[in-house]
Design a protein around this ligand. Structure first.
Ligand code: GDP
Ligand code: MG
Length: 269
């Protein structure tokens, strides 16, 4: 029952070594897969030297910058091929705190997809301007409303999938690559009848390195919602991987917040 934490990197040489050390320490049953797109700053070689010091770290090298979405798809395929039971998405820049990882993994015992959420009680983004909060929360409200998603943070990239969830969707059919990638994955999982839940996360701003997200990627996310709505795959009513588990009572040790309960509070971009 091993887990794998997929960390896509593009120019993250200052962040990667301390992040890898923190993840290995906090999630003792998890391995790490770094997916590097031939970072000009040498992050790929650095990842190789980390991999040489422990068999818990693996590296996938891609020829050039091909975007976050395809990096994750490549990572998911690796994880499925290597038999991992739980598959985590995590940014390299410490916006996703290693200390929140155990709660994500625990919640995956009772859900197919666990979304680290800034928009439920206990979760938040730190040091954001009011405008950034508005764009992020507005974006989630938009995606949630138009696509009928059962979660409040639709663009979060700190997530855990059970392998059955990734097997239930067509990874080669995913069309988006930036923020839209998270929305699309949520939508495909939801339409496949999988159980999505949210756990609260604190999302500090990156302190080292630079964001690679652009306004083009935000526009992609905005138009994607309409494309997904038009394409709308049939909603599966019987949960695929969650069958037999969805009726289980939640244990007190798992801080699990059913994502379909309560009113909308907001999101991130
Ligand atoms: N492999 C790969 N990683 C990427 C790419 N673009 C961004 N990343 C990584 O994806 C994560 C999130 O990107 P970031 O720039 O922090 O986005 P932001 O948090 O939305 O500003 C970081 O770990 C980046 O290094 C890409 O094209 N390829
Ligand atoms: Mg970031």
């Amino acid at each position: 029952m091993r887990s794998i934490v997929i960390i896509p990197t593009y120019n993250e040489r200052e962040n990667l070594p301390p992040l890898v050390a923190a993840v290995l320490a906090v999630a003792f049953d998890a391995d790490i897969l770094v997916v590097d797109d031939n970072s000009p700053d040498g992050t790929g070689e650095l990842a190789e030297s980390l991999a040489a010091s422990t068999d818990r770290v693996r590296v996938l090298h891609r020829a050039g910058k091909q975007g976050l979405g395809t990096a994750y798809i490549a990572g998911f395929k690796y994880a499925l091929a290597h038999g991992y039971a739980r598959i985590v998405e995590m940014d390299a820049d410490f916006s996703h705190r290693p200390e929140d990882l155990p709660a994500l993994l625990r919640a995956a015992e009772q859900a197919d997809v666990v979304v680290g959420s800034r928009n439920i009680p206990g979760g938040r983004a730190e040091n954001w301007s009011p405008l950034r909060h508005l764009i992020s929360k507005g974006g989630s409200l938009y995606a949630r409303t138009l696509l009928g998603l059962p979660i409040k943070d639709c663009t979060s990239g700190f997530k855990c999938f059970r392998r059955e969830a990734l097997q239930a969707i067509d990874l080669d059919g995913v069309v988006s690559n930036g923020y839209g990638f998270q929305v699309e994955m949520n939508y495909l999982c939801h339409r496949a009848g999988l159980r999505l839940v949210e756990v609260p996360i604190i999302f500090p701003d990156r302190t080292v390195g630079h964001s690679k997200m652009s306004s083009r990627i935000m526009r992609e996310a905005a138009t994607l919602v309409w494309r997904l709505r038009r394409r709308r795959p049939a909603l599966v009513h019987v949960p695929v991987a969650a069958a037999g588990r969805s009726a289980e009572p939640l244990t007190e040790t798992v801080e699990l917040i059913p994502s379909y309960a309560g009113a909308m509070e907001g999101s991130h971009t």
